[in-house]
Write a new protein. Structure first.
Ligand SMILES: Nc1ncnc2c1ncn2[C@@H]1O[C@H](COP(=O)(O)OP(=O)(O)O)[C@@H](O)[C@H]1O
Ligand SMILES: [Mg+2]
Length: 609
């Protein structure tokens, strides 16, 4: 598992293959750049100046070597006397000071642009993702979406703050460097070009291969850890099946694979060091040797030779680093592509603006010949020709075997999905004609497993009505029979719950969810097996709280335990996606071959009550 996850992430960071659509997506990023384009342009100018000024250094160093103390007649037009040690040293200092200012400016500006642009991008991506329809989330892993927003944006962050600037800088160094070198000595430049870049590029590729190998070794080691994890966690099964030898063999194979790969890596690392010593230093020696010859022949001065060697080192280093930066940029292009694909997913028409007055909904629900299947499994009908009429304020129970389509039916009321055929109407108006956010705002659902958000109990209840006062929250908690246990905690309503907080029992969580729903005051209430996971003691309390909650609203109660829905206005029995029975408890019990009757019988035999 662990290594699996790791490899997935590595795949994520793969550089993009450039094609038209990829590039188009990448350029969409510049929409986010636009508001900051002046800062970006100034940053770019500073960067170019910065890079070019950096090229003055080797030249001045050469002058420093050649310079003499005192007044040697030189270029009279020059602002500075480049033959004088003191002047050259001063000039060098001046260059460095200017470099310092330029460097600070460009780093600050690029960071400013990037941070603002990516904060916006993050926010937009998040807002888009939360607006995506439920079927989108059915097919994506949360981890994957999370890494879109965090890892992919972080990759862009690196690229825009550092990589892009470095890439530009290195390219400037190579171009300007080569021009200056050629002016200094074309012969020596040719010698240099024939050796240094070639060796550098080979060294870079070499290095990259070694890195790939060591990453593979890490993966293999992670694989061995998986074996250890699995067997130790399932040690009881290992022993019960007397499979110690088999597991040892499995682990051994895994360890050997890691070892062999590590040795392969070691051989290549050794070869790499030998290569560097022989070729890279060889190339440098070659250039120096040729340069000294040229100096002896009087073609160049000692200072010029120094300049030349420094430029060569600069150019070599730049050429060596360019492939890495290009890879980084391509990775960023890939990350952008994935982000933009996410942005291209069609969102629900959700309104993120402030909530208006509640929709005046009375709460009748109508299903007209509804057919439905999930997009991910088009061949499996989930609802077939469902007709249903619920009057405002009625309590309707939905029962049926698991997988019958009860939760799906409720999801259609919430408009999590749209019917494939037929219509769902609320107050006689198709759900599609309501503003989605306002419509859902008039509904509440209490599911079987309530997830509390990390935060206080007060915040979790107020989730039903953001901005609710303490009095409203407490009132809701009282109605949900939650007040007493809440004030039993030392911190009361300020008790932190959720993953990092106090662990509440199932019944307590359920009552908090009910308080949340009370606060929301919905016209339509959906209870999806709200008490199924509870023991009978907490079920009693929760059931009582639910009775209060259901008063005066249209309620769709999906129940596992049939004893809880006996007095519903109507019981709808769903089987394999179709409504097979529909009536009061008494009417359904009177059907001799009825599904409700037989389910009811089964339960009263199994469970007392
Ligand atoms: N998100 C989904 N994607 C694909 N199939 C689903 C999805 N949710 C439920 N199903 C399938 O739809 C059928 C009905 O499920 P559901 O409405 O949850 O039944 P119930 O609530 O009655 O147990 C089941 O066969 C289930 O496997
Ligand atoms: Mg269900």
């Amino acid at each position: 598992m662990a290594s699996r996850r790791k490899r997935d992430q590595d795949d994520d960071a793969k550089p993009a293959k450039l094609n038209k659509s990829t590039l188009r997506k990448f350029f969409r990023l510049f929409r986010y750049l636009r508001p900051y384009r002046s800062a970006f342009s100034i940053g770019m100018v500073l960067l170019l100046l910065n890079s070019m000024l950096g090229m003055v250094f080797p030249g001045l160093m050469g002058r420093l070597v050649d310079a003499t103390k005192g007044d040697v007649p030189t270029d009279t037009e020059a602002l500075f006397d480049l033959g004088n040690i003191d002047s050259v040293a001063l000039l060098l200092l001046g260059v460095f000071a200017l470099q310092a200012v330029l460097g600070f400016g460009r780093i600050y500006l690029f960071a400013y642009v990037t941070e603002h642009m990516l904060a916006r991008l993050r926010q937009d991506t998040y807002e888009h993702v939360v607006k995506l329809p439920m079927h989108f989330f059915a097919t994506r892993r949360v981890g994957e979406l999370n890494s879109r927003i965090s890892a992919d944006v972080a990759l862009l962050q690196d690229t825009f703050t550092t990589t892009l600037a470095e890439l530009v800088r290195q390219v400037v160094i190579v171009i300007v460097g080569l021009v200056l070198l050629t002016r200094l000595s074309p012969q020596l430049t040719l010698t240099m070009l024939a050796s240094v870049p070639v060796v550098t590029v080979v060294a870079v590729l070499f290095g990259r291969y070694i890195r790939t190998l060591s990453k593979e070794v890490q993966d293999r080691i992670a694989d061995t850890n998986v074996v250890v994890d699995e067997t130790l966690q399932g040690i009881q099964s290992v022993k019960a099946y007397a499979n110690e030898a088999w597991e040892a063999l499995r682990y051994g194979r895994s360890v050997q694979a890691a070892r062999d790969l590590a040795m392969k890596g070691a051989r290549w690392r050794g070869a790499f060091v030998s290569f560097i010593i022989l070729c890279l230093f060889g190339a440098i020696v070659l250039v120096i040797w040729r340069g000294v010859h040229l100096k002896e022949e009087g073609v160049i001065s000692t200072g010029e030779l120094v300049t030349f060697i420094l430029y060569s080192v600069f150019i070599g280093a730049s050429i060596g680093s360019i492939p890495e930066y290009v890879t980084q940029v391509l990775k960023a292009v890939g990350a952008t592509e994935r982000l933009m694909d996410l942005h291209d997913e069609v969102a629900e028409p959700i309104d993120l603006g402030p909530k208006g007055a509640p929709l005046p909904i009375r709460g009748s629900i109508t299903f007209e010949h509804v057919d439905f299947h999930y997009a991910s499994r088009a061949d499996m009908p989930v609802l077939r020709g469902v007709d249903l009429q619920v009057e405002p304020g009625q309590r309707i129970a939905l029962v049926g075997p698991s997988g019958a389509g009860k939760s799906t039916l409720a999801a259609l009321v919430l408009r999590f999905h749209d019917p494939v055929h037929g219509r769902v109407l609320i107050d006689g108006r198709p759900v599609a004609n309501y503003p989605l956010t306002a419509l859902r705002d008039r509904m509440a659902i209490v599911p079987q497993e309530v997830l509390l958000f990390g935060g206080t109990i007060r915040e979790n209840i107020a989730y039903g009505k953001p901005g609710a006062s303490d009095a409203e929250v407490q009132d809701a908690a009282r109605k949900a029979f939650a007040h007493d246990f809440i004030i039993g905690f030392p911190e009361g309503y300020g008790t932190v719950v959720g993953e990092r907080g106090v662990q509440l029992s199932g019944g307590q969580r359920q009552r908090i969810a009910i308080a949340r729903a009370v606060l929301k005051d919905p016209a339509i209430l959906i209870l999806d097996e709200a008490t199924s996971a509870l023991d009978s003691e907490s079920e009693r309390l929760v059931q009582e709280a639910l009775e209060h909650l259901m008063k005066g609203r249209t309620s769709l109660v999906i129940a596992h335990r049939l004893s809880t829905i006996r007095d519903a206005d109507r019981i709808v029995v769903l089987d394999k996606g179709t409504v097979v029975e529909n009536g009061t408890h008494e009417a359904l019990m009177a059907l001799p071959e009825g599904l409700y009757r037989s389910l009811s019988r089964l339960q009263s035999e199994g469970i007392t009550g």
